[in-house]
Structure formats: structure tokens, C-alpha cells
Ligand binder design. Structure first.
Ligand SMILES: [Cu+2]
Length: 407
């Protein structure tokens, strides 16, 4: 096919998408990808057709920080592909990167030639060309898609997404179904391109390529049965911890975990190349959901900073102030004061305070891979942020008053 015809085909496909995806008629609760999107599809002769375009994009990690990343259809992660077991799918992939690519359908059972490994199972998709993948879906569960050719650069810059396949019949009703892709990046302050060469010392840790306070809360009704699908095609493992609940891991990218084999957890490790589906019944409150590696719910920091914890910096402050008026030392009593400093002291461009986000009780000492599960007894809409939780009287920790002070 000529390049011109292929471009015309892409355009026609793009124009026809979005209008005909009869989502309401599908036998499942649609997946919500916080800060993300779902890929529209079109039924053509009984085949669900999708279109992905991989390209360089400008991506905002949180207000105040953007970077040039590589993503699908204008975002990283790319839009979530959603289908049903037994469907036949046809996926057009247009390459607008400066190098060849291929898309691997991670965890799917499919013909070898559709597996998307550059050089091994197919010719790489040259820049400017569109390839088509087509296969039946013979399983259900959480899978992923990602570039499989120059992975260090292409995945390292964000070329990844979810591929969710629902069972033909819901085994149990799920009220809210979320998908969060964990990842880590190296984006030095005052730069705008993630460094794909970094192997270990990452400084930006993300849920769906966003950092707190840029992460959308997960809005849920009390008593809802909630599923959260985690995926990881990054470089590091992330132990994801949910407050206020006990959950079960009900599936991996290898399939469903039989009920007899599940055990209660509050933290699930999501290692590179894995997906983990957790389920629980929601309890009212504002509940932190975050990576438990303690540098990961943090925004960029200079790891080469000397440890000044407990060091009296009074004299130093005075001397530096002569050169740099307004200078304030920090770190002596911990890093909690950092957001306050960041608010009035100019820092490097295009980066974020290590932790940020104003909560109902002051600064939330978190950033990075952190979000809030907002569970409410009364909710008018899942699509509106319900604000902060109103705690029942007498249920908030506060200063001890004399009668209660332990002797
Ligand atoms: Cu982590």
C-alpha cells in the first residue's frame, strides 16, 4: 500500500472511530483509567477495530512539570484497550516515531506472528508506516501492550498501555474497575526529556504517568465492590499499599487466582512484567494508595544532597544569605518543610517540590506514586471529585487534652 493510501486509510479510520463503540451494550463495568482514556473501537464485519499511533508527545506529570515522552494516541500510558473474551480484534498501529517499532501484546495468547517482537516475529514498523495486527481473544484478564524494539528507549519514554479483556459473563458484579500502570522515570530538574539510559537512580515515580498531586483520586461509593488492576512494564518493582482495607489478589496476567488460593493483603508487589488485580469492598473515608518504597511517594530530589539531618545550619544560613538573599537551609529537622520552602523560594524550572498537595489538615507529605481512594456513603456522581472526607464526630486524631493525657 502506498504511503498516501495508508495515510488516507488512517484518517478514515480515525474519523470513523469514537462514534460507534456501543459501550453501554457491553456485558461489563467499563474500566476507568485515572488520568487516562479508553480506546474507542468500531465493529467491522464482526471484528473490533482499534487504531494506535505511537508518537512523541508533550506530557504533563503534574501542573508545573512537563516532558517530551513517547506515547500512544497523545498520551502515556496509551488508551486502555477493552474487549471481551471471544472477540476478534484488529489493531492498526501507525508509527510516528523517528525509529522502527512494534507492539507486543503482553500476556495474550495469540499466533506467534502477531506477538509484536521486532526482528523475531515481524519486520519492525518503519517510521511513517501502519501495520495491522489481528487475532481472536482466547482469555480474559488484565494484559498490557508495549513497544518491543529498542525497549530501553521506547518503553523508557512511555510507550505502554493496558489491554483488558472481560469474561463473557461477569463472575461477580464489580461496581468500580480501575487500571493503574506504575512506572519510574529519570527527568532531571530543568530538563524536559526523560533519560532512558538510567538504570537505577530514578527520580519520578508515577501512576499512569502522573505524580501526586497530579493523580486523579479514585472515587467510590461505600460498600462498592472495587477492582484495581495494576500493571508494570518498568524497571523496578513497586509494593503498592492501600490504607483502611484488606484486599485479595484475584488475578495476575497469567489468569484468575482460584478463590481457595487467595489470601488477604494490604500491600501487593507489582514487579516488572506483571499485572495484579486486587478486589475489596470499600469503606468510607479518604484512603492513601501509594507505593511503599519510601522514595517513591516523592517527587524529584537531588540524591547527591549531603545528609544534614540534625546539623545546626544557623551560621551557614547567615553566610549564604549575604550571597543569596532569602536563603533558608532545610533538612535539619526532616524534609517536611520542603513544600513551604518551595512555595516562596525559586527552584529549578520544570520540576516539582518533593512532596506537595494541600489536604484538609495541611500539607500532605507525599508526592510521586501516591493517590487517594475517596469512598463516600453518599455520592451524586463517580465523575466528580467529592472533596475531602467529613469524618464522623470524635473520629479524628488530635492533641491530647489534660484528662486524657497519660501519666
Ligand atoms: Cu515504587
Amino acid at each position: 500500500m502506498s504511503r498516501r493510501r495508508s495515510a488516507a486509510l488512517s484518517l478514515a479510520l480515525l474519523l470513523s472511530f469514537g462514534s460507534t463503540a456501543a459501550r453501554g451494550a457491553e456485558p461489563y463495568t467499563p474500566v476507568v483509567t485515572p488520568n487516562g482514556a479508553t480506546l474507542p473501537w468500531k465493529l467491522v464485519d464482526g471484528v473490533k477495530e482499534f487504531h494506535l499511533t505511537v508518537e512523541e508527545i508533550e506530557w504533563e506529570f503534574a501542573p508545573g512539570m512537563k516532558a517530551k515522552t513517547w506515547g500512544y494516541n497523545g498520551r502515556t500510558p496509551g488508551p486502555t484497550i477493552e474487549a471481551v473474551e471471544g472477540d476478534r480484534v484488529r489493531i492498526y498501529v501507525t508509527n510516528r516515531l523517528p525509529e522502527t517499532t512494534a507492539v507486543h501484546w503482553h500476556g495474550l495468547l495469540l499466533p506467534s506472528g502477531m506477538d509484536g517482537v521486532t526482528g523475531l516475529t515481524q519486520r519492525g514498523i518503519p517510521p511513517g508506516e501502519t501495520f495491522v495486527y489481528e487475532f481472536p481473544l482466547r482469555q480474559h484478564g488484565t494484559a498490557m501492550y508495549h513497544s518491543h524494539g529498542d525497549e530501553m528507549v521506547q518503553i523508557g519514554l512511555g510507550a505502554m498501555g493496558f489491554f483488558v479483556i472481560h469474561p463473557k459473563q461477569e463472575e461477580r458484579h464489580i461496581d468500580r474497575d480501575f487500571a493503574l500502570l506504575v512506572n519510574e522515570w529519570s527527568i532531571a530538574p530543568d530538563t524536559s526529556r526523560p533519560d532512558p539510559n538510567v538504570m537505577t537512580d530514578f527520580d519520578v515515580f508515577t501512576f499512569n504517568s502522573r505524580v501526586f498531586p497530579g493523580t486523579q483520586p479514585l472515587v467510590v461509593r461505600a460498600g462498592d465492590r472495587v477492582r484495581i488492576r495494576f500493571g508494570n512494564v518498568g524497571q523496578e518493582e513497586h509494593p503498592i499499599h492501600l490504607h483502611g482495607h484488606r484486599f485479595e489478589v484475584v488475578a495476575t496476567d497469567g489468569g484468575d487466582v482460584p478463590p481457595s488460593a487467595r489470601w488477604p493483603e494490604t500491600t501487593v508487589v507489582v514487579a516488572p512484567g506483571q499485572t495484579r488485580d486486587i478486589e475489596f469492598v470499600a469503606t468510607a473515608g479518604d484512603w492513601a494508595l501509594h507505593c511503599h518504597r519510601r522514595h517513591h511517594p516523592m517527587n524529584p530530589m537531588g540524591h547527591a544532597v549531603p545528609n544534614v539531618l540534625g546539623v545546626d545550619q544557623t551560621g551557614l544560613e547567615d553566610e549564604i544569605r549575604e550571597l543569596l538573599p532569602g536563603y533558608m537551609a532545610m533538612g535539619q529537622r526532616g524534609m517536611e518543610e520542603h513544600p513551604m520552602h518551595a512555595a516562596h523560594m525559586p527552584g529549578p524550572a520544570n520540576t516539582l517540590p518533593m512532596m506537595g498537595g494541600e489536604g484538609p489538615f495541611g500539607e500532605i507529605g507525599m508526592g510521586g506514586m501516591f493517590t487517594v481512594l475517596k469512598v463516600r456513603e453518599h455520592l451524586t456522581s463517580y465523575d466528580t471529585d467529592p472533596g475531602w472526607y467529613e469524618n464522623p464526630p470524635g473520629t479524628v486524631a488530635g492533641p491530647a487534652r489534660p484528662p486524657e493525657t497519660p501519666r
